[in-house]
Design a protein around this ligand. Structure first.
Ligand SMILES: [Ca+2]
Length: 195
């Protein structure tokens, strides 16, 4: 009985916990923390794995943190040309970006066709140089393929028509074959913290 009373007393005396400032300001802090947008052009897949009888129906999924974007499905094509832009909002440039290729299947679960990971630290560093007026094609930095990245060949960060661009050719892991070519471009967003 005494216990019960104590409980009641405690409960009655307790104030409703106010919502934390974070809960109120989520919308604005998201924009304030955002550095800008990363546009990933998924250009093409080369020699992708066969997951159906003779071909595959590939599409690409790109993930960064909680964001997840995908390209359209290319029917029966292991050398697909997507040329599709996927745009991520970037607040932490150290986060790795994961790219996974799947084979679309109508009557069963989509099969994996390999994955790759890359980060945008070198690209962000090049952007932070705030270069101006270089001739198109000027190379700013190069990233070499290594055991610690998924590059199939040297990746160039270069100046093109007033912008910094990075071309990457990613070798897919956890699969017998396949590469995916992508291109990075940065988009400044008004109201963002910026780089
Ligand atoms: Ca299929």
């Amino acid at each position: 009985m005494g216990k019960c009373r104590d409980y009641k007393k405690k409960k009655g005396g307790k104030m409703d916990s106010p919502a934390s400032p974070d809960e109120f300001n989520n919308g604005t802090s998201l924009m304030e923390n955002m550095l800008g947008l990363l546009r990933i052009r998924v250009k093409r897949g080369v020699n992708l794995a066969v997951r159906d009888v003779r071909s595959s129906d590939p599409y690409v999924v790109v993930k960064m943190g909680r964001q997840k974007l995908k390209t359209r499905v290319m029917k029966k094509n292991i050398n697909p040309e997507w040329n599709e832009d996927l745009t991520l909002s970037v607040s932490d440039p150290r986060l790795p970006i994961k790219l996974t290729v799947y084979d679309h299947d109508t009557f069963s679960k989509d099969d994996k066709m390999g994955d790759a990971e890359f980060d945008i630290r070198a690209f962000i560093d090049a952007l932070k140089m705030h270069l101006q007026g270089l001739p198109s094609g000027t190379i700013i930095t190069r990233e070499q393929p290594s055991r610690n990245n998924c590059l199939a060949e040297e990746s160039c960060i270069f100046w093109s028509e007033g912008r910094v661009i990075q071309d990457l050719c990613l070798r897919l892991r956890n699969v017998e074959c396949g590469e995916v070519e992508i291109q990075l471009q940065w988009i400044d967003l008004p109201g963002c913290k910026g780089l």
